[in-house]
Design a protein around this ligand. Structure first.
Ligand SMILES: NC(=O)C1=CN([C@@H]2O[C@H](COP(=O)(O)OP(=O)(O)OC[C@H]3O[C@@H](n4cnc5c(N)ncnc54)[C@H](O)[C@@H]3O)[C@@H](O)[C@H]2O)[C@@H](O)CC1
Ligand SMILES: Nc1ncnc2c1ncn2[C@@H]1O[C@H](COP(=O)(O)OP(=O)(O)O)[C@@H](O)[C@H]1O
Ligand SMILES: [Mg+2]
Length: 278
């Protein structure tokens, strides 16, 4: 496995061009957050905004709308239970996220199937959390979009039918090929499966083992995928910097909270951006 460390990511993010505006940095649509799990989609949306996505729209249960507006006025919000409206908004999105706090009920299944059918090969799609669990239970196929799955070990077990002990590099790579998508397998030293190679994240700490940490990574991935043309660069940088922020905080904090990580994303991106114009 290739080592994903500071040397790989230093200078990897491009400098923003002076002659640019929000329309150049992608439009992320995040779908998730039922009545109980609104925090998941709020964290994911916040991470996408703080990662620099040009525009962010959140499709979520109406009971989350006020909290989202209050915490993240940069984001637009629509009713995640109005399937026709969500599909209409997908047409404007360059990057789509589905899953954080989506739930596993019939309504969640309905919206997932509609989103998978509506996405295009030009769009980038991050499938996380409950959307992975639903894909596994319904045996749904990877859609035509440029898709990244972000399972933790338990979600990967549901999707791949590999027990955690069986999740070796070769078997994981084999199943990734069947899926036809990139996979970020989240754990201590997360592994990133691309078609041609596998990377191991050298950053990360058990101070990250707290609810919402994966939702935050999903939002970062979406923000990076929305802005940076090179998919591999976007994925590697998001995975590494998410953990890197926590490593830095963990020098003085016993546990690192998703909200703390999100606040620091713009700073760490500045540190790791190239200093040169190309
Ligand atoms: N504040 C919120 O609203 C939160 C919402 N969340 C949402 O809750 C939904 C369910 O996700 P969960 O992951 O909590 O529950 P899941 O039930 O999907 O996964 C947890 C199961 O996987 C197993 N597992 C094995 N290895 C694991 C590993 N390395 N990490 C985590 N679990 C592992 C656990 O033993 C457990 O049985 C998702 O949609 C998620 O986005 C969570 O992110 C927690 C915070
Ligand atoms: N012990 C650990 N070491 C390094 N990273 C960890 C550790 N525990 C959790 N993480 C990271 O935290 C995130 C957890 O994701 P996930 O389980 O999906 O959380 P949630 O669904 O609650 O948001 C992943 O990015 C994972 O790599
Ligand atoms: Mg998760």
């Amino acid at each position: 496995m290739k080592e994903l460390n500071q040397n790989i990511v230093q200078g990897i993010l491009p400098k923003r061009k002076n002659e640019s505006y929000k329309g150049n940095y992608g439009h992320v649509l995040l779908i998730g957050g039922n009545q109980e799990l609104g925090g998941a989609i709020i964290l994911a949306a916040s991470a996408a905004v703080y990662s620099g996505a040009g525009l962010v729209t959140v499709a979520t249960h109406p009971s989350n709308h006020t909290a989202l507006h209050a915490r993240l006025p940069e984001a637009m919000v629509i009713d995640g239970y109005d399937t026709a409206k969500v599909i209409h908004h997908m047409k404007k999105a360059t990057t789509v996220v589905i899953g954080p706090g989506l739930g596993l009920d019939d309504q969640s299944q309905l919206i997932l199937k509609a989103v998978l059918a509506a996405c295009t090969p030009q769009q980038r799609l991050v499938i996380d959390g409950d959307a992975i669990t639903l894909m596994a239970s319904e045996n749904l196929k990877t859609p035509v979009a440029q898709t990244v799955y972000t399972p933790h070990l338990g979600e990967w077990q549901r999707l791949s039918h590999l027990t955690i002990e069986e999740q070796t590099k070769d078997l994981n790579a084999h199943f990734r090929k069947q899926l036809g998508a990139e996979v970020v397998l989240k754990k201590h030293h997360s592994e990133i499966y691309f078609e041609e190679e596998v990377w191991k994240n050298e950053a990360g700490t058990p101070a990250m083992a707290t609810g919402g940490m994966g939702d935050t990574l999903t939002g970062m991935l979406a923000g990076f995928l929305a802005q940076f043309p090179n998919r591999k660069t976007a994925i590697l940088a998001a995975v590494y910097l998410h953990s890197r922020i926590s490593d830095d905080l963990a020098k003085t904090h016993y546990v690192t909270l998703p909200s703390q990580i999100i606040q620091r994303i713009p700073c760490v991106m500045k540190d790791y951006a190239t200093k040169f114009d190309f």
